[in-house]
Design a protein around this ligand. Sequence first.
Ligand code: SF4
Ligand code: MG
Length: 324
Amino acid sequence: SETLLELQDLKKHFPIKAGLMQKTVGHIKAVDGINLKVKKGETLGIVGESGCGKSTVGRTIIRLYEPTDGKIIFNGKDISHLSESDLRRDVRKNIQMIFQDPFASLNPRKTLRSIIREPLDTHHLYKNKERDQHVESLLEKVGLNASFINRYPHEFSGGQRQRIGIARTLALNPELIIADEAVSALDVSIQAQIINLMEDLQEEFGLTYIFISHDLSVVRHISDRVGVMYLGKMMELASKADLYSEPLHPYTQALLSAVPVPRKKGAMKRERIILKGELPSPSNPPKGCVFHTRCPAAFDLCRQVDPEFKEVKNNHFVACHLYT
Ligand code: SF4
Ligand code: MG
């Protein structure tokens, strides 16, 4: 199906400044060369440990950051270096983000009416009465009561606040929604409700999701395909079924070995793989394969040459010399 978003060798490096003159003494390579395509209507999960760059990928796609290098192609158009006014006209409406903390992202002094209509005002959409009707219908779409329109965020639970956040995200009728740890702060039962809601809304509005999380079980639940990041790079990308049943990259294998999986009787028990060493700093990533300092399968070549991210099976991409 049609490609909605493409990242071509996307990089985002942040300068490290030091001293009185605030000279740049190095760079944090938060995102260091990501290639992927997101298809219209799919959910692409991105997993990885804290600090792997997955949030920076999301924030760079919505152009909170300008990429250091590489391209972001959205709907066939290169948006990598558009100015704020061009972004506002062509892009901001179509790509929205849901953040982890619904408490922090909602202004406590504003009613749901003004919180949800704010993006409509910014983009000059709807007149007074229609705007309220639109806000009420958005509240109903996310499973809240239309009469809540005059109430304040503190009157609601964490799960309800995330619903409010989603309603606000939907107000501009976006094509792509990037959810960054959107359910991580919620209880497990509430997580399931929010994910089910997101799936229903995806169907109703034809939405495309990028679902970013450190939680492999949550990502498994919602995603069609899953990408695994480590130190700013994509290690593996495959359909959910392939990735979880037949992980190829040693890092993915280690991550999955730590997740308890319901097993059929007689099935092989998965051995827990403990990674040696610490996560290296993204300001000084290892040469060659960035995972080689912790990889149980590393060999000479891994210390010298950065493996190419390539398709080794049908739609199954891996960056690892074991598969070249
Ligand atoms: Fe391990 Fe080498 Fe593969 Fe990197 S390239 S994941 S170090 S085997
Ligand atoms: Mg993060």
